[in-house]
Design a protein around this ligand. Structure first.
Ligand SMILES: [Zn+2]
Length: 149
């Protein structure tokens, strides 16, 4: 199955976390803020790694990998083609928690992931790429999309 084509979001809010600037749709931003706060109340620290990404930026990331002679198969198992990343919608978030490797499968062994699995849906977040997904995208326990449907 191919990844569905995604529209690049037009209306985004810009916000700063840990000295880094991010963009997301307003609804996603509000849901994220609430989820992050309530996770913290449960002793879980969720850290935002990436949110909105433009189609142009997606192409740049792919070009960077091509310049490192990474094979096309490998590139497109970790990056959607430009126009097909959920990050274009401003609703997808990549999350991290201190003490685990950044954007690695190992994230699934953290308490943060357990918390997200139990609570993410309450805030409208869904894991887009579970293990053995139909899209030939690697398992991404860190990638959560707001109100996917
Ligand atoms: Zn992602």
């Amino acid at each position: 199955m191919n990844l569905p084509k995604q529209k690049e979001a037009k209306n985004l809010v810009t916000f700063i976390e840990n000295d880094e600037s991010f963009q997301a749709t307003e609804d996603t931003f509000k849901a994220w803020k609430k989820m992050k706060k309530n996770a913290l109340n449960d002793g879980i620290e969720l850290v935002l790694v990436s949110a909105f990404r433009s189609i142009k930026r997606q192409q740049e990331l792919i070009n960077e990998k091509r310049n490192k002679n990474i094979s096309e198969n490998e590139i497109f198992s970790v990056l959607a083609r430009p126009g097909y990343s959920e990050h274009h919608t401003g609703r997808a978030l990549d999350l991290h928690t201190p003490g685990s490797a950044l954007l690695e499968e190992d994230f699934e062994n953290t308490e943060a992931f357990m918390w997200l699995k139990n609570n993410g849906n309450k805030y409208g977040f869904y894991m887009s790429y579970p293990r053995n997904n139909d899209f030939n995208i690697i398992y991404e326990p860190w990638h959560w999309c707001f109100s996917r449907n």
